[in-house]
Design a protein around this ligand. Structure first.
Ligand SMILES: *Cc1c(COP(=O)(O)O)cnc(C)c1O
Length: 396
């Protein structure tokens, strides 16, 4: 199917996936294969099972035709080879620690990382004899100076949660690879659409499928994707030992959303960029942190490595506004709702106190940061909404 001929673009592949996991079944959608027990014809075939072999069906926890189809489609999107699914994005992050980090090891984490990853790092440091150090996300190749003989894992997030700094991913990957340190990137922001870290030398991609891949704000799931079969085997071992699996029903929901993901992503991107550009002209706003705008730290890396931006960006309000005023602005929005997670049709906004979230780098702004997720509403209504609440709550 894919041999020869012109290159097929990801959007077309998402509509015409190249997996055939249930031969003879010619429905458009993959069947929802619910299973715990999987039957074997004889004991010899049970005894011959090898958990490392991805082509064998063994037990519903480990893989079903539905989860396998989703795994293959996610691998194709990221330009990877092997995918493992987990019941949340966070549990995919946790599984990377479980697979590779042991007492005495050292882990490097960017200072702007998704907070639950930081909490996990702190827990490993406090209770499991692991050294965990936080680094400046814009460190680039100077990460070499931090790598020790016991450094086992380097986390990267591109761009960083909430504050949006875009790291030099290829530089960090190059240094880590030369020193034999595993790199794992939380690439939820790019969703396998706007940036493909495996093509830049990263070992493991983590995706919170809860976000754009689900697109409905109603499924929890995560994935790790890699090209390296030895790393995949270690991830698979940890996942199996901890009894981690996903439901076929949830996989089917994500499979249903994947063909529209790129179009949704582009719509989020257009709307968010237009709002961010407009917000940069507002007197209430001190800084706009949108990776596609030059005011965002690491913008040059974004311009070099990314092809799009999605719906997420932050602003810093002028320091003359108290956090109570900013709270009133956020609560005064009608179409931007309050809540965690993003990637669905609904717009969201939340204020953050960044200084309390980092330890390795200083934060240059005194004003409160507000992170927006721009959903799929009409951009004009979102802009009117923000303008009205700015005027109402931050006047003067
Ligand atoms: C949401 C998110 C996660 C975790 O995903 P869950 O499915 O909510 O556990 C991880 N990383 C980033 C950057 C996220 O935004």
């Amino acid at each position: 199917m894919s041999e020869a001929g012109p290159k097929i673009h990801p959007q077309t592949l998402s509509v015409h996936p190249e997996d055939r996991i249930t031969p003879g079944w010619n429905a458009v959608q993959v069947p929802v294969a619910r299973a715990s027990t999987i039957l074997f014809p004889d004991l010899a075939s049970m005894r011959a099972l090898n958990w490392r072999d991805d082509s064998q069906w063994r037990y519903g926890l480990h893989a079903t035709p539905t989860s396998m189809a989703l795994q293959q489609r996610l691998a194709a999107l990221e330009g990877g080879q092997y995918t493992l699914l987990h019941p949340s994005g966070l549990s995919s992050i946790t599984n990377v620690y479980l697979a590779f980090v042991r007492p005495g090891d050292d882990v490097l984490i960017p200072d702007n990382v998704y907070s639950p990853n930081r909490d996990l790092g702190d827990w490993y440091a406090r209770d499991f004899g692991v050294s965990v150090r936080y680094y400046d996300p814009l460190i680039g190749e100077r990460i070499a100076d931090l790598i020790q003989p016991n450094t086992k894992l380097i986390w990267i997030e591109a761009p960083g949660s909430v504050t949006m700094e875009v790291p030099d991913v290829p530089a960090i990957a190059r240094v880590a690879r030369a020193k034999g340190v595993v790199t794992a990137i939380d690439s939820t922001y790019a969703a396998g659409i706007a940036f493909r870290p495996l093509e830049h030398g990263i070992d493991i991609v983590v995706q919170a499928l809860t976000k754009y891949q689900s697109g409905g704000s109603d499924v929890m799931m995560g994935a790790t994707i890699t090209r390296d079969s030895a790393l995949h085997t270690e991830l698979k071992r940890a996942r199996m030992l901890f009894g981690i699996g996903v439901s076929a029903d949830d996989c089917a929901l994500v499979l249903r959303s994947l063909p529209t993901m790129q179009l949704r992503y582009e719509a989020h991107d257009r709307s968010a960029l237009s709002l961010a550009t407009w917000l940069a002209t507002r007197p209430e706003v001190e800084a706009v942190l949108h990776p596609a705008l030059p005011s965002c730290p690491g913008h040059a890396h974004f311009a070099r490595d990314f092809t799009g931006a999605g719906g997420l960006f932050s602003i810093v309000l002028n320091a003359r506004y108290t956090s109570a005023q900013v709270d009133a602005f956020v609560e005064g929005l009608r179409f931007f709702k309050l809540g965690w997670s993003w990637g669905g049709a609904l717009s969201l906004a939340l204020p953050y106190d960044i200084r309390s979230m980092r330890t390795a780098t200083s934060w240059p702004y005194d004003g409160v940061l507000v992170r927006f997720f721009v959903g799929l509403e009409d951009t004009r209504d979102l802009r009117d909404d923000i303008e009205r609440s700015l005027t109402q709550h931050l006047a003067g």
